[in-house]
Design a protein around this ligand. Structure first.
Ligand SMILES: [Mn+2]
Length: 326
């Protein structure tokens, strides 16, 4: 049974640290909070440490204020060696930032729970279900295997992750099972409209201004089939916006019927440049991300850029050329 190693891992340990990928999104944060509430209900000790802060709009699911950004070893429990680590929503330990150096080597065991296609770090027992719409969908099934009754805070956290990672139930990995789970969560008191308001109607004015600037950088290639947007550190500073506030802007070009690939180059406040890729139809952008040591899914992937923006841009366009030259 695919869930058994994870069930044993949870039953056989008492002290847990949870983490997720850098710049945590709705599914990363939703799965951390849901796992926290579930483990807490089992009487376990739980801490959450992430490489990057939680965007404020998600704070409604962290009702115990447990989410912590790991900045120094002093924040870690003194008996770290007695803890185990659960890595959520990534299967690449390069993707958990300083948690991979400050926590992973010191804990007594670790477990990955994820749904991404690529990555491929293996800790002792992995629970990776690539067909799952979200890590939260996997957690719902895991909690069921654990015979845990899912309370409202856990249900709402799981719902946030599922809504976020399915683009509100429309992305390719959305299945009947996804809707069944959502149905169960709503029966537990989750209000879809409240979640929508929190996640999609709580942005700042600076993020609105940022959106106008980023859209202003739009370039079109391959007969208007590929869109490229660019956000530099200076743009962020000019708008007074946070890096995380740009995370949905990659979806805007895809609303045009012609656009089949949306590429977004974004630089954070410390000057680290990332490339995010989204595609429609049969275009596999995870191959491009893997070429640059990144990861993701067939239609949503990304990587950290080690070369200049111009070099990477022209190479990525070249790698996509085959789809547009008949
Ligand atoms: Mn996810």
């Amino acid at each position: 049974m695919v869930f058994q190693p994870a069930v044993d891992f949870i039953n056989n340990n008492d002290k847990f640290i949870l983490t997720a990928h850098e710049t945590p999104d709705g599914d990363a944060l939703g799965s951390e909070c849901a796992m926290y509430f579930a483990l807490h209900a089992l009487g376990k000790t739980v801490r959450i440490f992430n490489a990057d802060p939680m965007p404020g709009k998600f704070s409604f699911i962290d009702s115990d204020g447990i989410m912590t950004t790991l900045e120094s070893e002093n924040q870690l429990p003194f008996d770290l060696e007695d803890y185990v680590l659960i890595i959520l929503d990534t299967n690449d330990i390069k993707n958990i930032g300083q948690v991979s150096t400050m926590v992973l080597p010191r804990v007594k065991d670790s477990l990955i729970i994820d749904h991404h296609d690529s990555g491929g770090s293996v800790v002792k027992s992995n629970l990776i279900i690539r067909e799952a719409s979200s890590t939260c969908e996997i957690l719902f099934e895991l909690f069921t295997e654990l015979k845990l009754s899912i309370d409202f805070p856990a249900a709402q956290s799981l719902f946030v992750g599922i809504v976020y990672d399915t683009g509100s139930f429309i992305y390719p990995k959305t299945t009947a099972k996804t809707f069944d789970i959502a149905h169960e969560l709503v029966k537990k008191g989750v209000e879809p409209n409240y979640v929508y308001t929190k996640v999609y109607e709580s942005n700042s004015i600076s993020s609105l201004v940022l959106q106008s600037k980023v859209l202003g950088t739009l370039e079109l290639f391959m007969d208007d089939h590929i869109a490229v947007q660019t956000m530099l550190k200076s743009t962020l500073e000019e708008c007074g916006a946070f890096y995380e506030e740009a995370d949905s802007l990659i979806n805007i070009p895809l609303k045009s019927e012609q656009i089949r690939v949306s590429i977004f180059f974004k630089e954070n406040n410390t000057g680290i440049l990332r490339c995010s890729l989204r595609s429609k139809d049969n275009i596999d952008v995870s191959v491009i991300a893997q070429h640059y040591n990144g990861g993701g899914h067939k239609t949503a992937a990304g990587f950290k850029c080690k070369e200049s923006l111009d070099d990477i841009k022209s190479n990525v366009l070249k790698m996509l050329e085959k789809y547009f030259t008949a």
